[in-house]
Ligand binder design. Structure first.
Ligand SMILES: N[C@@H](CCC(=O)N[C@@H](CS)C(=O)NCC(=O)O)C(=O)O
Length: 202
């Protein structure tokens, strides 16, 4: 049994988006929980078993999987027939894993530190910065519509997600803007948005 602890319009919305793309909405129980919101609304939810009260959290037959990139890898491996990841043996497996890890290990810290206007030489030597991140994405997208080539994959879904929530964080680079628009134009993105709207009461 698969259970996703989800808060509408949060980082867990991308797991709902993934579930639509994988065609598994009928196989996953989505529990809407509250989280503290920046506007002061919401708050921790006793129903959420995440040790820090965060979302997303996936529970599969009693095993907890946390962190978006781990959940995405777990689900694309669990449902390989959807062809939305890259399975072991696929030559794209290496780039696929690398982009998922790059998101959590580099991209999100770089974007959060940039938004918080925090600067330090140690941060640059560890993560680099927004310019390098934009350059990595632009290079990958220079000759292909998506990060792994011609097909939209879960790597695109994860890496484009911060720019869909916070467009002001999007580098002003046409190849990146066009890629985000292509990802967001997938029917599954609209389905996930509708799901969240309904969860919020329409
Ligand atoms: N690195 C985690 C971040 C998860 C996270 O921070 N989620 C936020 C929602 S966008 C949250 O649950 N916040 C609740 C809290 O801080 O208590 C991931 O990508 O899954």
């Amino acid at each position: 049994m698969l259970t996703l602890y989800h808060a509408p319009l949060s980082r867990s919305s991308r797991i709902v988006w993934l579930a639509y793309e994988l065609g598994i909405m009928d196989k996953i129980d989505i529990v809407n929980v509250t989280i503290p919101r920046r506007d002061g609304s919401g708050g921790p939810d006793a129903r959420n078993p995440h040790p820090e009260g965060k979302v997303p959290l996936l529970v599969h037959d009693g095993a907890e999987i946390w962190e978006s990139s781990a959940i995405i890898l777990y689900l694309t491996d669990l449902f390989p027939d959807a062809g939305f990841g890259a399975a072991v043996g696929d030559p794209l497996r290496g780039p696929y894993l690398s982009w998922l890890a790059y998101y959590g290990d580099v991209m999100e810290p770089v974007l959060v530190l940039h938004a918080a206007e925090v600067e330090h030489p140690m941060l640059v030597s560890t993560f680099r910065g927004v310019g390098e991140m934009a350059s990595r994405l632009s290079t990958a997208l220079a000759d292909a519509p998506f990060l792994l080539g011609d097909r939209f994959t879960a790597a695109d879904l994860l890496l484009c997600s911060p720019f869909t929530w916070a467009p002001d964080l999007m580098p002003d680079v046409p190849v990146i803007r066009d890629w985000v628009a292509r990802c967001w134009a997938q029917p599954s993105a609209a389905q996930a948005t509708e799901f969240d709207k309904a969860a919020l009461g329409g």
